[in-house]
Design a protein around this ligand. Structure first.
Ligand code: UDX
Length: 456
């Protein structure tokens, strides 16, 4: 495989400003488009959702993502939004078209490619022999080959996205690596991709990893399941720590210093969520089953994660001896992680569902994700929403599910005065147990034995 530098040097010097289209204005498409504009490209973004396009045209991002609103404003002249693909592409001499539509799980856990193939099909007749079509959506291995066949061109590139919600803009502008999967005899398409990314990698060709399309598609799944595996392992170790009176936080520091393991992505909690890990583990599981490979590891990663949510809910149920009638339980944190308004596959969905179904009165708060959570959860008589401190009046327990900065150093004096019972379930291990116990709180976390005193 030739390197990015070799290909780029062989290619002619190009105009630095390129014309790009992005289909899909979700977290990936919108952030990619805005960041490409930020580094100097002209970007035409399309989404079928007219409301989204209206918002974007008025200068507002339809999602919460740090720095996104600012970049939308400052790059207004380079950004154009449409709800019609033809209008976005025809007669605009677009060089690169990104497909960044959702590939959610279907009922069986396969990646649902309906939107992706719809987007690809809509390009028939709109592209010319030079256009490069880039699949950014996470897709099963072989999908880019299908897109290439559909469009009758090998200038289809697999370019998976590794950005994280909450730090998406930074991740996109300062990536660890840019994976470009291409057909073996399409070096000029690769050259175009390298020029497109040149201002993002700032000339550091080592960040560009070239490979074949199928390996690139697999790389995206491999990265996500590897990270999910770390979390499931840590969560299982946390359960063992609870039983053997060890402390998962100390274990985390101990193993994180091993250079081979490293300190990142080792925090035990209520289980991973979000739009990627659960969906991608399931999709790879389905891909394994399709080719009759027993997905031993993948099944274990998924099972531990499903179990971890239940394990967290059971801690609350056990404490109240499985009787939650008339208990007022406050939940802080509905987003699947801090820094995002996204509640997809959030542990809060299952944990709150378990509590309300056991007749608890749940009062929830989140700095950004209340609306998306409400949409995903639906209404329930036993669930209401309130301000961070207002929710606590007369509460029997406070449960922390998302480690937002707002929650890290709360006013414990006010909390203690407001609550009926000073009972804390810290499922992100962010609070100081000794300090809380000294102030008369019952404290329970993940991966550490609970306080000795019960109030029930
Ligand atoms: C993930 C991948 O990190 C990213 O590369 C990919 O492009 C999309 O999927 P994202 O879902 O935005 O990104 O969030 P991430 O920060 O990776 O967290 C995923 C889940 O793991 C969250 O539920 C988070 O709370 C959990 N997590 C993360 C932990 O429980 N412990 C940790 O140490 C890290």
């Amino acid at each position: 495989m030739v390197s990015a530098q070799e290909i780029s040097q062989a290619g002619q010097i190009r105009d630095a400003r390129m014309r790009v289209a992005v289909i899909g204005c979700g977290y990936v498409g919108l952030v990619t488009g805005v960041c490409l504009a930020e580094v100097g490209h002209e970007v035409h973004l399309v989404d079928l959702d007219k409301k989204k396009i209206e918002m974007l045209n008025s200068g507002k991002a339809p999602i919460y993502e740090l720095g996104l609103d600012l970049l939308l404003q400052s790059n207004k002249p380079s950004l154009h939004f449409y709800s019609d693909i033809t209008e976005a592409i025809q007669d605009r001499d677009i060089e690169v078209i990104f497909i960044a539509v959702g590939t959610p799980s279907d009922k069986e856990g396969h990646a649902d490619l309906t939107a992706l193939f719809r987007a690809a099909r809509s390009l028939i007749g709109l592209i010319n022999e030079k256009t490069v079509v880039v699949v950014k959506s996470t897709v099963p291995v072989g999908t880019c080959d299908n897109v290439a066949e559909m469009l009758d061109t090998q200038r289809v590139i697999s370019n998976p996205e590794f950005l994280k919600e909450g730090t998406a803009v930074k991740d996109c502008l300062e990536p660890d690596r840019v994976v470009i999967g291409h057909h073996f005899d399409c070096n000029d398409a690769v050259d175009i991709m390298i020029h497109l990314y040149y201002p993002i990698v700032r000339g550091d060709y080592d960040k560009i990893v070239l490979m074949d399309r199928r390996s690139s598609e697999m790389t995206k799944y491999a990265a996500n399941v590897m990270l999910a595996a770390r979390l499931s392992m840590m969560n299982e170790l946390a359960v063992l720590c609870e039983k053997y009176d060890a402390d998962i936080e100390q274990v985390r520091l101990g193993i994180g210093k091993d250079e081979r393991i490293g300190p990142h992505f080792l925090k035990a909690g209520p289980g991973y969520g979000g739009s990627c890990f659960p969906k991608d583990v399931s999709a790879l599981l389905c891909m394994a089953e399709k080719v009759k490979v027993e997905p031993i590891m993948l099944s274990a990663i998924k099972d531990r994660n499903d179990n971890q949510r239940y394990h967290a809910a059971c801690k609350i149920l056990d404490y109240f001896r499985w009787s939650l009638q008339d208990k007022r339980i406050v939940v802080w944190g509905l987003a699947f992680k801090a820094g995002t308004d996204d509640a997809r596959e959030s542990p809060a969905l299952e944990i709150i569902r378990t509590l309300v179904e056991k007749d608890a009165m749940v009062v929830a708060h989140d700095p950004k994700a209340t609306e998306t959570f409400q949409e995903a959860f639906g209404d329930h008589d036993n669930l209401s929403y309130n301000g961070q401190y207002g929710a606590l009046f007369g509460a029997d327990a406070l449960v922390l599910l998302t480690d937002w900065d707002e929650y890290k150093k709360p006013n414990w004096e006010l909390i203690g005065r407001s609550m009926y019972k000073k009972t804390i379930f810290d499922f992100r291990n962010i609070w100081d147990r000794e300090h809380l116990e000294r102030d008369g709180f019952y404290y329970e976390s993940i991966g550490r034995a609970p306080s000795a005193t019960f109030f029930v």
